[in-house]
Structure formats: C-alpha cells, structure tokens
Design a protein around this ligand. Structure first.
Ligand code: ADP
Ligand code: MG
Length: 265
C-alpha cells in the first residue's frame, strides 16, 4: 500500500514537473534525492542544486536560440583572432565592446578597411558575445538585405519586415560596399537604418572608406546623412594592412620553400 502511494506520488510529481516545463528537475530529482539522503544534505541544498541545473539548462537553450536566430554565416571567436596581425585595432577596446555597453546605448560599431583583415571575423565574434548576453541579434550581408527589402516592397510586406528589425538589439550589416547601386534598394536601406537610429545598434563592415561611400548610395546627400547617423555615437575601428589569409599563405609558402631547399654549400 505504502509503495503504491509512493508510486502515485512519483507519477503525480513527474506530471507536475513536466507540465511546469521543469525538464532538468524531472531528469535529476531522483539521483539528487538519493545523493541528498546519502550525504544528509538539507532540503534547501537539494532544491538549490535542482534549481541551478534548471537555470543553466534554460540559459544554454536561450543562448542557442539567440545564436540560431542571428543567422550567422559561420562562427568566429576572439580567441582565434591574431591581434598581432593588426596594429591599430586594440584588443582591449574590442573586448570592452564585447561586454555589450554599446548595445545598451544603441551605439554603432564600424569596422572599416581592406578585405581580408578580419572585419567579418570580429563582427561575428561581437555578435556571438551579444547572443550570449541574451540580446536579439541578426546578421545580414548588405547586398542580401537590400534584395530582401526590395522583394518585401514589391510584395507589400515591407512594414512588417521592417518591424522585425525594430525588435532587435543588434543588426550586423556585413560588406556594405559590395552592393550593386540600385537607387531604390539603397533608399530602402537608408530608410531602414534611419528607423533603427538611436534604437537598435548596428555593426557595419565595409571595405570602403567614408569618402567612397558615395559609390554605395549614388547620392551625396543620402550618403552624408547615412554616415552622420552611423557615426554619431559610433565606435570606428579602421583596419590597416594586407590580407591576413594572403599573408598567412605567403608565409606558409615561404616556410615550405625553405624546408624543401637543399642546404647551401
Ligand atoms: P574581412 O571581413 O576584413 O574581409 P574576414 O573576417 O572575412 O576579413 O577574414 C578572412 C579570413 O581570414 C577569415 O577566415 C578570418 O577568420 C581570417 N582572418 C583575418 N584576419 C585574421 C586575424 N587577424 N587573425 C585570425 N584570422 C584572421
Ligand atoms: Mg568581410
């Protein structure tokens, strides 16, 4: 009779845990209860251990969901970035940005410079940091976003499309500069960025210097207004140098050449 009651209790408890969505409680409670009974732990300690596991599990899920929603093209971390390859990008400044203060203030980050210097790498690493801080992030190649904006306008879905961006904490706009100049498209991009101004942070990467941004918009006034909005409260990081990959493969080539060379003399 006693064991039947225990069994009923167990079924009831598991139903409640499941209905409450406490999956880690459900998964762990029996093992933890045994441990607690064995070691004489207090009920509070037992409950605390269950809560901690439930919490970490939910945190991990939340971060994973944020990373999936960000639609990053691939993952890049600060740990794999070779800071010695870029002279004028202070690691401390970038890592400070990664702490996310700029997101609270809806400030922007601009990563400018020649191709291959790791602008996209650092933009993605910053985006991942934001995801880990429970921020809503979305990554877009600029050309793709312009395409989508135009499609949405044609299908009369522009306003609901734009409203999705207003709910973000961070929009990463990669490769601004590789956009085919289409006045309608760039106008829509300009409009979107104006809507987000001072509300949603943007990380923008571009291989073009500000002086060349006219090429993107094909309109001096719009270019000036765009730059003005982006740089107001903006953190500008200018990458100077030669492509990292190019230098790397060159170095490796030289090394293997050196290795295969017969000894002189
Ligand atoms: P960019 O966006 O400036 O054109 P990417 O971020 O696409 O450059 O970099 C090209 C490739 O080189 C990527 O695989 C990136 O991870 C790598 N890379 C570039 N700079 C560095 C660096 N300083 N340390 C490590 N990897 C780098
Ligand atoms: Mg890039």
């Amino acid at each position: 009779m006693q064991s039947l009651q225990n069994q009923d209790q167990q079924v009831l408890l598991e139903n409640y845990l499941s209905a409450l969505g406490l999956s880690m409680f459900l998964h762990n409670y029996q093992a933890y209860a045994k441990d607690a009974a064995r070691s004489g732990e207090s009920p509070e300690r037992f409950l605390l251990a269950l809560c901690e596991d439930e919490w970490s599990h939910r945190e991990a899920n939340r971060v994973n969901r944020a990373i999936t929603a960000a639609k990053l093209p691939f993952f890049k971390e600060f740990a794999t970035y070779d800071w010695s390859a870029v002279e004028n990008i202070p690691k401390s400044r970038v890592l400070e940005l990664a702490q996310g203060g700029y997101l609270e203030q809806a400030e922007n980050v601009l990563l400018l410079g020649n191709p291959g210097l790791g602008k996209t790498h650092l933009a993605i690493a910053l985006a991942l940091s934001a995801c880990r801080q429970a921020k809503r992030v979305r990554f877009y190649r600029a050309a793709k976003l312009v395409d989508e904006l135009m499609t949405m306008q044609h299908t009369l879905k522009l306003s609901s499309f734009v409203s999705r961006f207003e709910k973000l904490d961070l929009l990463v706009l990669d490769e601004l500069g590789y956009i085919p100049v289409d006045p309608k498209g760039t106008q829509l991009l300009f409009q979107l960025c104006s809507d987000l101004y001072e509300r949603v942070s943007m990380i923008v990467t571009s291989n073009l210097r500000f002086g060349e941004w006219n090429k993107i918009f094909g309109d001096e006034k719009m270019t000036a207004a765009f730059i003005d909005r982006l740089t107001h409260k903006g953190h500008i990081l200018e990458f100077v140098g030669e492509s990292y990959r190019f230098r790397h493969s060159l170095q490796q080539g030289l090394q293997s050449e050196g290795e295969s060379k017969p000894e002189a003399g």
